[in-house]
Design a protein around this ligand. Structure first.
Ligand SMILES: C[S@@+](CC[C@H](N)C(=O)[O-])C[C@H]1O[C@@H](n2cnc3c(N)ncnc32)[C@H](O)[C@@H]1O
Ligand SMILES: [Zn+2]
Length: 466
């Protein structure tokens, strides 16, 4: 193996590095380059946004290893102040030599990251954790300035995807099972912990981007200061009712009262067909927006400026489209997605609020977007003539980008050929629904349809194809 690699224009000595290092070994994982590219784009978008309240953007590559991220920031944005930290002496030695090789001036520290984050403020922090990020979250928010940004990477798949439920409960205070929308559920689980940590420091967050690929989940948030922002955010951590039969799902409403008929939150009628415990309560998880489409668009612009790989650009294009999750399509609008997947016959299944926000500000804030409620479904005949179950009135705001997505393999009508996914997206949009591809699953559609509406529209669509 070559002893030096180049990444984002930086030469990195990877001699004796490991994907999963032991004590006194240094980590380098080439599979995480996409993640580092996304964080580089986020810093670029943040830098260009002018939102930083400090005259110089103070950046922290908090768990630096070889320093590969922080050094790329210093190279591409010479005006930012970069600190690269790692508590391992072997890592800081490597960071020092890599900085010298690339002739870059960065500050290198060897602190426990929680201590460092308690000592001084940073405007842009990248926490690239082995496993769970939860151990650092309280510290990350302690000194976080107004409008600063955090990019948080987690790799603890077994806890996030429901394979180690005790660890999920311990680290995230929640419960998840394997679902066909597991990646977004995991990102929302992490965000629940992020929001709770922020709230303890009287802060809230705006989620600007969430990415979950095979080997990592990264959530990026902008910090909002003040107890009002914290209050607004903690109310957006809710449980999800998940039907184990058909995988319909819905957030619980915000209420202190026990729900008499939780099944009525779902659009499916599995309950009426069989008895027993057919649903589970997942989470609690973050139930609000997970993309700021403008910020994601700015990241995409920066990815093009930085001439990043096709993989990163195409990923960001899909993220922008799911962040917008458009309604009726315009003439040449892309619905996102890397390739025109065909639904049938696919062999393998891959799987500001405004600134009411100073530290001393008190008082309740009404959710400004909270006026638009989800539709109230009552016991009525559907278009297909079937009687729908009575659905409970929802109190959450209608999201710009609806939560979760439906995998077409899981929900397609049996024996019907749906053809190209983008055409299904187009069909849903023409039926006045929000719809887009999603980067979380190349064979799924994000939409504001209920599962019941979705399966009806898929059937209708497949009939138009024949
Ligand atoms: C996942 S690796 C970081 C990888 C790096 N960001 C990259 O892209 O190659 C995590 C690093 O955090 C360091 N680390 C672990 N716990 C730490 C702590 N509490 N404070 C500071 N560094 C820590 C480890 O020595 C290791 O180098
Ligand atoms: Zn069901």
């Amino acid at each position: 193996m070559s002893e030096e690699v180049e990444e984002h224009g930086i030469r990195i000595n990877i001699k004796g590095t490991f994907h999963a290092p032991k004590k006194n070994e240094v980590m380098y994982n080439s599979e995480m380059v996409v993640n580092r590219s996304l964080v580089l784009c986020a810093l670029a978008a943040y830098y260009e946004s002018g939102l930083c309240t400090n005259s110089q953007v103070r950046c922290l590559d908090a768990l630096g290893a070889t320093g590969v991220s922080g050094l790329a920031w210093a190279k591409h944005f010479p005006k930012v102040d970069v600190v690269i930290n790692d508590q391992s002496p072997a890592a800081t030695e490597r960071i020092t030599s890599n900085a010298a090789t690339n002739n870059l001036q960065v500050n290198i520290t060897s602190e426990d990251v929680s201590v460092l984050l308690h000592q001084r403020p940073f405007d842009f922090v990248f926490l690239d954790c082995y496993g769970s990020s939860v151990h650092y979250l309280d510290a990350a928010f302690r000194n976080a300035p107004k409008h600063s940004m955090l990019a948080i990477t987690s790799t603890d798949d077994s806890a996030l995807y429901g394979k180690a439920t005790d660890v999920t409960l311990r680290n995230y205070g929640g419960y998840v099972v394997k679902t066909s929308y597991a990646k977004e559920l995991a990102a929302r689980l992490v965000l629940g912990s992020v929001v709770r940590a922020a709230a303890k420091s009287n802060k809230g967050v705006e989620v600007v981007c969430c990415v979950a690929l095979k080997s990592f989940i990264t959530v990026m948030v902008r910090v909002l200061r003040g107890p009002a922002a914290a209050n607004t955010c903690v109310r957006k951590i809710r449980r999800v009712i998940h039907c184990c039969v058909c995988e319909d799902r819905a957030f619980y409403p915000e209420t202190v009262y026990p729900l008499e008929e939780p099944y009525s939150l779902l659009s499916c009628d599995c309950r009426s067909k069989s008895a027993g415990k057919l649903a589970v309560e997942l989470g609690p998880v973050w139930c609000d927006e997970i993309f700021d489409a403008n910020f994601c668009q700015a990241m995409l612009t920066q990815a093009n400026n930085l001439q990043l790989s096709h993989k990163v650009i195409s990923l960001l294009q899909t993220i922008v489209s799911e962040g917008k999750c458009k309604g009726e399509p315009g003439p040449d609008e892309s619905v996102g997605g890397d390739k025109e997947n065909t639904v049938s016959g696919m062999a393998e299944h891959t799987s500001a609020q405004t600134e009411k926000e100073e530290d001393d500000e008190e008082g309740e804030e009404e959710e400004k977007e909270g006026s638009q409620h989800q539709p109230c479904h009552s016991l009525e005949e559907d278009n297909d003539g079937e009687r729908s179950p009575k659905r409970m009135k929802m109190d959450h705001p209608r999201l710009k980008s609806p939560a979760f997505y439906f995998n077409l393999h899981r929900h397609s009508p049996k024996g019907h050929d749906l053809g190209k996914i983008n055409r299904v997206v187009d069909y849903l949009q023409r039926a006045h629904h929000k719809a887009s591809r999603t980067h979380f699953d190349p064979e799924a559609i994000r939409t504001d349809c209920t599962l019941r509406e979705f399966t009806r529209l898929l059937l209708e669509f497949s009939q138009t194809q024949n």
